[in-house]
Design a protein around this ligand. Structure first.
Ligand SMILES: Nc1ncnc2c1ncn2[C@@H]1O[C@H](COP(=O)(O)OP(=O)(O)OP(=O)(O)O)[C@@H](O)[C@H]1O
Length: 285
């Protein structure tokens, strides 16, 4: 662990100003203004199609805004950068490399000046941090989905980036593994000094409230931020105690109502969207 270099000191977080994004004629995101403080954990929560992934891809520099401005630590975002590590729902590990080589390769990209032995040591330390020390020499196909996602998280952490962007990273996992990885992410992020600025896309209200400092709730057609909720629960957080907290249940209910109200407004405007919207409710929790 001592070999892990401290995260780069940073003061400014992420900033999105007056952002619109369209695919051709189709407006996907409208009028997004959002600031994420340095070291803050922000959840982007919303129904399918509200543009959460698109917003994350814009922050990752994988898409360019139609208008508006995005900055990270005050610098314009004009492409991907290793100071913004990304974790997607599907693990995207190189299948021909061992887990350790996958992580060491990412370290090499981010820090080309590091000696091979140092890269490997750093990869090893981060794999141990996510409980994969024993699996370092295995190939991705030899691992379960949960283990592959741990490896993807280790790879992102190994970049030691000040910004972490996660797009439904636990969405493909079964509930037990999802809970384990949520706990792991909480422990790792809460234990980092300084904590990276984290933007986490999710469908789940419970997941957002367990993990985040703040929840930005998005609505669809076009995608926009409809409410911003501070999450007041003290850290470190423990899931069982938190879920039983009446304050947690109240906030969960309030956010569900905000999401429902937005869906109903859209239904009034476009009744044909009914079937799609009615099927989204079950995905919030
Ligand atoms: N390459 C593309 N070309 C055209 N439209 C696209 C493209 N990618 C996404 N979209 C549209 O942009 C909108 C937002 O998609 P996005 O994936 O960002 O939403 P989301 O909130 O992340 O949804 P989900 O929760 O289902 O992943 C959707 O209406 C989608 O159909």
């Amino acid at each position: 662990m001592s070999k892990i270099i401290a995260h780069v000191e940073h003061r400014e977080g992420l900033r999105i100003e007056s952002l619109d994004f369209a695919y051709g004629e189709s407006l996907i995101l409208r009028g997004i203004d959002l600031a994420v403080q340095a070291g803050e954990f922000l959840a982007l929560l919303g129904p399918s199609g509200s543009g959460k992934s698109t917003l994350l891809r814009l922050l990752a520099g994988l898409e360019r805004p139609t208008s508006g401005r995005l900055t990270a630590a005050g610098d314009p975002i004009d492409g991907p950068g290793t100071e913004r590590a990304v974790v997607f729902q599907h693990y995207a590990l190189f299948p021909w490399m061992t887990v350790a080589d996958n992580v060491a390769e990412a370290v090499h990209k981010a820090h080309p000046g590091l000696a091979r032995s140092e890269r490997r040591a750093r990869a090893r330390a981060h794999l141990e941090r996510v409980g994969l020390g024993e699996a370092a020499g295995r190939y991705p196909f030899e691992l379960s989905g949960g283990m592959q996602q741990r490896a993807a998280i280790a790879r992102a952490l190994a970049l030691e980036s000040p910004f972490l962007l996660m797009d439904e990273p636990f969405g493909a996992l079964d509930p037990v593994n999802r809970a384990k990885l949520q706990d792991l992410l909480l422990a790792v992020w809460q234990g980092s000094s300084p904590r990276p600025t984290l933007v986490f896309v999710t469908h789940g209200i419970d997941e957002a409230l367990l993990l985040a400092d703040r929840v930005a709730v998005m609505g669809a057609n076009p995608g926009r931020i409809i409410r911003d909720y501070p999450v007041p629960f003290a850290r470190p957080r423990e899931r069982v105690a938190l879920y039983q907290d009446p304050g947690f249940q109240r906030l969960r209910e309030e956010i569900a109502e905000t999401l429902d109200a937005d869906t109903l407004t859209r239904l009034d405007a476009n009744p044909e969207a009914g079937f799609h919207a009615a099927n989204q409710g079950a995905r919030y929790v």
